[in-house]
Design a protein around this ligand. Structure first.
Ligand SMILES: CC(C)(COP(=O)(O)OP(=O)(O)OC[C@H]1O[C@@H](n2cnc3c(N)ncnc32)[C@H](O)[C@@H]1O)[C@@H](O)C(=O)NCCC(=O)NCCS
Ligand SMILES: Nc1ncnc2c1ncn2[C@@H]1O[C@H](COP(=O)(O)OP(=O)(O)OP(=O)(O)O)[C@@H](O)[C@H]1O
Length: 222
């Protein structure tokens, strides 16, 4: 692929309910020519595939919803407190998510997008290899960590998802703490303020990236 026509990849990551989707929504609303890949949505898509559902039922006893897709609330209960089951699930799902990301990146390139935002919650749990392992780039791109304190994560999970403290704590325990992710970030967006404050940080980051010399992170493969 012609490097000059390649979208610049920006990984967006952070802990649960920190505001990754909100960051991406603000970015997309402000900057046309941005393509978004969301790993959580790719997972949800995969869970509608009958072959995948069948495999998860066989391997994990995965609960199934009335429409034949994975019952995600039931699966969450099954895996969040059980590291071994989670490892098995991730081993099945993550390669499919990487394949979906590569497809989305190629589409973004065909569309002539300037930016490719990859919302990947478990990016650092996966040692920052997602984009390279997906075959998108040969070197890891810049990663922005959207962060808030644990109390805000707990409050937003309760308000948005209706999770009780036990459920929220089990999810947090399955993730690298936000404080650790901040240390690995190329850029930090601190989302304890208002949505206006989040938007201001999006604008600042975009300004900085748009004016920065392009890194030498050549594409993998063709
Ligand atoms: C547990 C599941 C069924 C819950 O589904 P649900 O629709 O309620 O949540 P959703 O998928 O939108 O995820 C919300 C957040 O949960 C956290 N989360 C999801 N999976 C994991 C995991 N394996 N480990 C730690 N945190 C996770 C992330 O912060 C994510 O942003 C689902 O998240 C899942 O199947 N996870 C395993 C696949 C995976 O690793 N997904 C992460 C992106 S690759
Ligand atoms: N600055 C903010 N002020 C108030 N509410 C916010 C702010 N940012 C995000 N929220 C709210 O917090 C919740 C979590 O935000 P969002 O969905 O963007 O997080 P996320 O990191 O993408 O979550 P997940 O890990 O579940 O994918 C949502 O209900 C969102 O509306």
């Amino acid at each position: 692929m012609d490097r000059r026509n390649s979208p610049e990849v920006l990984v967006v990551t952070g802990g649960i309910a920190c505001g990754k989707s909100s960051f991406c929504d603000e970015w997309q609303a402000l900057y046309s020519g941005s393509s978004l890949f969301c790993a959580d949505e790719a997972v949800h898509e995969v869970y509608r595939d009958p072959d995948v559902v069948g495999r998860l039922v066989d391997v994990l006893g995965c609960p199934v919803a009335d429409d034949g897709s994975v019952d995600r609330a039931g699966l969450r209960e099954l895996v969040m407190g059980d590291p071994e089951k989670r490892r098995v699930l991730e081993g099945i799902v993550h390669p499919m998510v990487r394949a979906a990301a590569l497809k989305a990146y190629r589409q973004a390139a065909d569309d002539g997008s300037r930016w490719f935002l990859a919302d990947v919650p478990l990016y650092f749990e996966g040692e920052g290899r997602f984009v390279v392992d997906a075959g998108i780039l040969e070197q890891a791109p810049k990663a922005v960590v959207v962060g808030v304190g644990t109390a805000t994560q707990m409050r937003r999970m309760k308000e948005r998802n209706g999770f009780d403290n036990e459920t929220s704590r089990a999810i947090l325990a399955a993730q690298m703490p936000v404080a650790e992710k901040l240390k690995l970030a190329s850029f930090v967006v601190w989302n304890e303020g208002t949505l206006d404050a989040l938007r201001s940080q999006v604008v600042l980051l975009h300004k900085r990236l748009a004016n920065a010399p392009v890194d030498d992170h050549s594409e993998a493969g063709d």
